[in-house]
Design a protein around this ligand. Sequence first.
Ligand SMILES: NC(=O)c1ccc[n+]([C@@H]2O[C@H](COP(=O)([O-])OP(=O)(O)OC[C@H]3O[C@@H](n4cnc5c(N)ncnc54)[C@H](OP(=O)(O)O)[C@@H]3O)[C@@H](O)[C@H]2O)c1
Length: 222
Amino acid sequence: MGMENKTLIIGGTKGIGKAITEQLSNHECYIVSRSESSLPNHFMVDALTGDLPDIDGLTGLVYCPGSINLKPFHRLTQEDFINDYQKNVLGAVRVLQFYFRTLKKNNGSVVLFGTVASQQGMPFHASIAAAKGGLEALARSLAAEWAPNIRVNIVNPSLTDTPLAEALLSTEQKRENAAMRHPLKKIGSPADIAKAAIFCLENDWVTGQTIGVDGGMSAVRV
Ligand SMILES: NC(=O)c1ccc[n+]([C@@H]2O[C@H](COP(=O)([O-])OP(=O)(O)OC[C@H]3O[C@@H](n4cnc5c(N)ncnc54)[C@H](OP(=O)(O)O)[C@@H]3O)[C@@H](O)[C@H]2O)c1
């Protein structure tokens, strides 16, 4: 693997996407986000609605935008479900349809992000779990439809220390409680999740997989 890898990270400016960009020193990285950034090859575009940049020779695509909207089910509105679906699923669909041809031409690899909460039922996660569960099914469907040309995998994090999770980790007590809920007794770091995403990008014999990077949350009870 050399600089012949051209990878687009939608949401490469913060959190998990930023950690992926930092770890991909052997890839030529392109980045899309809504806010301004001084990162090289950055395009300020809303991936849900804006004009996506044409990138010839794309070999990798990572879609990071996501939401954490936790409410008791009886308080979730139709709009909550629509917004979560829009950002997590339809945004990814739009980007994948846009880059499909170049990815196919270059035997590309796609990485999406789900959540531990679509594997392990968790209170107040109904809307996001429904959306991410859909995204996970989309990833497997596309892995089948696009084989052998494009690989598609999904990484399912548990609570990770990023701007998206800020409200859940805003005090030492919250951080400690969150860590203790995980079998491995810590919350995730963006770098932990990025390593799994890069494994999916670079391993040519992996497709259709859901990879839990979740401190043991989806599989282990201690
Ligand atoms: N953090 C967690 O605890 C956790 C847990 C489970 C799953 N996940 C999933 O992991 C993924 C990454 O999460 P994260 O915590 O790293 O998120 P984050 O901190 O919110 O970062 C998201 C990145 O995406 C960009 N972005 C958001 N909406 C966009 C849009 N419409 N168009 C273009 N760029 C957009 C953001 O930049 P701008 O705001 O400038 O656009 C930012 O660079 C998400 O899919 C999330 O659901 C995270």
